[in-house]
Ligand binder design. Structure first.
Ligand SMILES: Cc1ncc(COP(=O)(O)O)c(C=O)c1O
Length: 389
């Protein structure tokens, strides 16, 4: 049975059952037409007809084993706090990375631990980052009256300029934030250069490497900065189950670092209390599932191929992507907001303009049928964009 097929069978049954209890309007037995309608009205994913390509979710997950584990975990453990499962996941991660429980902080997705790290850093000074990166969590302190992120321009190729970042570290910088691969560019840094940077920069300040998309790189292990933690460098690394494992809605992520750094970050929130039994069950069942990881990676690659072919066929170009999204150059007079609006008219959701990068548009490698719709809609969206600029 293919992943998709078994997944749908399982999901169909599970969702029908949960529709009953959530809505409280249907009887438990039998999947009727009414069940189907109720299921379609639930808000547990994109509504029918919507191509959701705006948030870098991986629609090829959860894996069948994760779905089975979640179903069991909900019925036996839904009434209980998830502490034992959290410890189990910590031990699995610890064993894999050669680290201890004290080196790891779990949270509901990596966003909470990333935000706690930002709050901790902002209590001491400024956060330094490139102009273009996933700045959502390092912007949290600003919302509480903290300092603005200190930014360094990206290179002409939209890479993170590690030399410039290093030069910008002064005594006020409490943390430098690097996303590798980066979002929204999808680009990966040379691992040797990044390692050199981390070692050098961490002598001056704390270095945070956000590796949310690491498992999508061709050689994830070579590109990870986690080994620097064991070597005693002042580096922390964030990882997530939201991307390659397709568990964005189940919310499991973590931060790795020296015990005193993890303890310092944990003062800003109770990460472990934010995770839930179902998410943990899915993460535990998925972490070592190499065949699902391969399946997921292959499907994402197929979806990216469709996007890249269409981009080229329409006379556009895109950055090379090591992630599950593509950063498309709409050309000299391109307007990412107008392009997004045109796509939205077709019920295709993508991202609009980032900062001052008006001609750059990000699209996620979502379901195959959805990226095909995106591909087919490009000419019409370009025409709309040109008319409106
Ligand atoms: C670079 C990067 N880091 C972290 C996250 C946060 O993901 P999550 O909170 O689901 O782990 C995202 C989400 O898209 C991301 O792009």
């Amino acid at each position: 049975m293919s992943y998709n097929h078994s997944r749908r069978l399982f999901l169909g049954r599970t969702l029908a059952a949960s529709a009953v209890s959530a809505a409280g309007i249907l009887t438990y037995s039998g999947a009727t037409h009414a069940d189907k309608v109720a299921v379609e009205k639930l808000y547990y994913g994109p509504k029918p007809g919507i191509a959701k390509l705006n948030a870098n979710e991986n629609p090829f997950g959860p894996s069948p084993d994760a779905i089975k584990a979640m179903t069991e975990a909900i019925s036996t453990g839904g009434a209980y706090y998830a502490y034992p499962a959290a410890m189990k996941l910590l031990d699995m991660l610890g064993e894999y990375y050669g680290l201890e429980r004290e080196n790891i902080s779990l949270s509901a997705g990596s966003s909470p631990v990333l935000s706690f790290a930002a709050m901790a850093a902002a209590s001491k000074g400024t956060i330094l980052g490139p102009d273009l990166f996933w700045d959502t969590t390092s912007s949290v302190p600003l919302k509480q009256g903290g300092p603005e992120i200190k930014r360094v321009p990206n290179t002409a190729d939209l890479d993170i300029d590690l030399d410039a970042l290093y030069q910008a570290i002064d005594e006020d910088v409490a943390m430098v934030h690097v996303c590798n691969p980066n979002n929204p560019t999808g680009k990966t840094l040379d691992p040797i250069k990044l390692k050199e940077f981390c070692i050098k920069a961490s002598k001056k300040t704390l270095v945070l490497v956000d590796e949310a998309y690491n498992e999508l790189i061709d050689d994830p292990v070579k590109n990870s900065m986690v080994p620097l933690i064991k070597q005693g460098h002042n580096v922390i690394v964030a990882r997530t189950f939201s991307k390659i494992y397709g568990l964005a809605g189940l919310r499991v992520g973590y931060m790795l670092g020296a015990p005193e750094k993890i303890e310092w970050i944990n003062r800003y929130g109770l990460g472990t209390y934010t995770i839930n039994q179902a998410g943990l069950a899915a993460a535990i069942a998925s972490f070592n599932d190499q065949s699902f990881i391969k399946f997921s990676r292959d499907k994402i690659s197929e979806a990216k191929g469709i996007i890249l072919d269409a981009v080229k066929a329409n006379g556009l170009s895109a950055l090379p992507s090591s992630t599950n999204f593509v950063f498309v150059d709409l050309g000299k007079n391109g307007d990412a907001n107008a392009f997004r609006m045109a796509m939205a008219k077709e019920n295709i959701l993508i991202r609009g303009q980032y900062r001052t990068y008006q001609n750059w548009s990000r699209v996620s490698a979502g379901r195959i049928a959805d990226v095909k719709r995106y591909a087919d809609a490009i000419p019409k969206a370009l025409e709309f964009m040109q008319r409106s600029t």
